[in-house]
Ligand binder design. Structure first.
Ligand code: ADP
Ligand code: MG
Length: 365
C-alpha cells in the first residue's frame, strides 16, 4: 500500500514554496514536485516581518492566513497536476515560513516562529496537516534548528557513513553522519549573494555562479566578513536573517570601492569559506560532501568549497534525492514521524535535553 505524504517548504531565501508528494512505502519515491515562486509583494511583506517593526501582530496575523492559503493552493495544484486524489494522502508536513529565529536569548526565553496557518492548510486541502516542528525542541532547551540532520542521517547514513551533507539554502547547514550525529548552521548560504545580485544586477540569484566567476576576491573584505562571531562559534548553533542581512553587510561593503562582480565573488567566497571552516569545527574526518538546496546549482560556489576543503563534492542527486526537493521531502518525512509518534529531533545536533516527537497535528475534520 502506498504511503503518501506531502511536504511543504519555504525557506529563508524567500524564493518559492516547494511542494512535494512522496511515497514512503519503499524508501523515498518522489511522485510529484513543484515550486511556486513567491510574488515580489509577498516576499517583501515576509521580509518586513523578519525584523522588528510597527504593528507586527496585525501584519503577522494576516500573513499567517495568506501564507496558509498559498500553501494550500500549492498542495491542491500539485495534486491536480499529478492526478493524485487528496483522499490518498496520509498527511501534509508543513515547515511554514520562519519570520523570527532567536534560539540564544540570554535574558528572555529563546523562541522561533514559523507562520502559514496549518488550520487553513488542513481545511482548504481536506488533508490532515502537521506543522510547528521547531518549537518543542526550543522548549527542551535546543536550537530548534537545524532539524534536517535527523532526516539526512535516516536516508544517507547507510550509503555514505563518513559523508557530510551540506544544505545550501538562504543559510547553510551541515550534517555529519558518522555517529554521534552532528549538525549545525555554518552561516550564510545564498542569502547575501541573492540580495546583492538583486541590488547590483537586478537578478534574483547568481545563476550557476557566473557573476561570481567573472569577479575577483577582495581579501580584506573577505576577512572582515569572516570576523562575524557566528563563523567560528562552536555548535550547537543556528542562524538566520537576524545575523546575516543587508543591515549587517552593507556598512562593511561600503568601506570598499568594489566592482559589482567583485562584491558577488567575495560574498560567494565568504559562503564557501564559512562552510569549510564550519566543517572543520567538527574535527571529523569527512570523506565526501553531499550537497543539496538551491545553492547546489551554483557551480562556482561548489568549486570554491571543493578548493578550500579538498574534498569530493557530490550532488545529492547521485544518491537518488534531487537537491532542490530535499528539504520539502524532509518535512513530509517529519510529518510521518509525528503521526507514528516517533522521535524526530536529534539532541546531539540541537542541544535539546531529550528526544522528542515534534510537530502539532491539525485535523482536516
Ligand atoms: N541555477 C542556480 N544557480 C545559482 N543559485 C541557484 C540556482 N538555483 C537556485 N539557486 C539558489 O538557491 C536559492 C534557493 O534555495 P533553497 O534551497 O530553496 O533555499 P531556502 O530553503 O532558503 O528557500 C535561490 O535563492 C538561489 O540563491
Ligand atoms: Mg526555497
Amino acid at each position: 500500500m502506498a504511503e503518501l505524504y506531502v511536504g511543504l517548504m519555504s525557506g529563508t531565501s524567500l524564493d518559492a514554496i516547494d511542494c512535494v508528494i512522496v511515497d514512503f512505502e519503499n524508501g523515498i519515491e518522489l511522485k510529484a514536485a513543484q515550486s511556486f515562486p513567491l510574488s515580489k509583494q509577498l516576499r517583501q511583506e515576509i521580509l518586513d516581518l523578519c525584523s522588528p517593526g510597527e504593528n507586527e501582530i496585525n501584519r503577522m496575523g494576516i500573513l499567517d492566513r495568506l501564507l496558509g492559503k498559498d500553501f494550500a493552493l500549492a498542495v491542491t495544484t500539485t495534486l491536480t497536476r499529478a492526478s493524485i486524489d487528496a483522499s490518498s494522502i496520509t498527511a501534509i508536513g508543513s515547515h511554514g515560513q520562519t519570520i523570527r529565529h532567536n534560539p540564544n536569548s540570554i535574558n528572555d526565553p529563546s523562541f522561533t516562529l514559523q507562520i502559514g496557518d496549518p488550520n487553513t492548510i488542513a481545511l482548504e486541502t481536506g488533508i490532515d496537516t502537521v506543522a510547528d516542528f521547531r518549537r518543542k525542541d526550543i522548549a527542551a532547551g535546543g536550537q530548534g534548528a537545524p532539524l534536517v540532520p535527523a532526516f539526512h542521517s535516516a536516508v544517507f547514513a547507510d550509503k555514505a557513513p563518513n559523508a557530510a551533507l551540506l544544505n545550501i539554502g538562504g543559510m547553510a547547514n551541515v550534517s555529519l553522519l558518522e555517529p554521534p550525529l552532528l549538525g549545525y548552521d555554518t552561516g550564510p548560504g545564498n542569502v547575501l549573494i541573492d540580495s546583492y545580485c538583486l541590488k547590483l544586477f537586478s537578478r534574483n540569484y547568481d545563476d550557476g555562479g557566473r557573476i561570481a566567476a567573472s569577479g575577483k576576491i577582495n581579501n580584506t573584505l573577505l576577512s572582515d566578513l569572516l570576523s562575524h562571531p557566528f563563523i567560528d562559534k562552536q555548535a550547537p548553533k543556528s542562524c538566520g536573517r537576524e545575523e546575516f542581512n543587508d543591515e549587517w553587510c552593507s556598512p562593511i561593503l561600503a568601506k570598499y570601492q568594489l566592482e559589482p562582480a567583485d562584491i558577488i565573488c567575495t560574498l560567494t567566497e565568504f559562503t564557501a569559506l564559512s562552510v569549510v571552516r564550519g566543517l572543520a569545527l567538527s574535527g571529523r574526518n569527512i570523506e565526501e560532501i553531499i550537497v543539496c538546496g538551491g545553492g547546489a546549482f551554483n557551480q562556482h560556489l561548489l568549486a570554491r568549497i571543493a578548493y578550500h576543503s579538498n574534498k569530493r563534492i557530490t550532488s545529492s542527486e547521485h544518491y537518488g534525492v534531487a537537491p532542490q526537493w530535499m528539504e520539502a521531502i524532509a518535512f513530509a518525512w517529519f510529518a510521518q514521524r509525528t503521526l507514528k509518534k516517533e522521535y524526530s529531533n536529534a539532541p546531539s545536533v540541537t542541544g535539546a535535553s531529550k528526544q522528542l516527537v515534534l510537530g502539532g497535528i491539525y485535523y482536516a475534520r
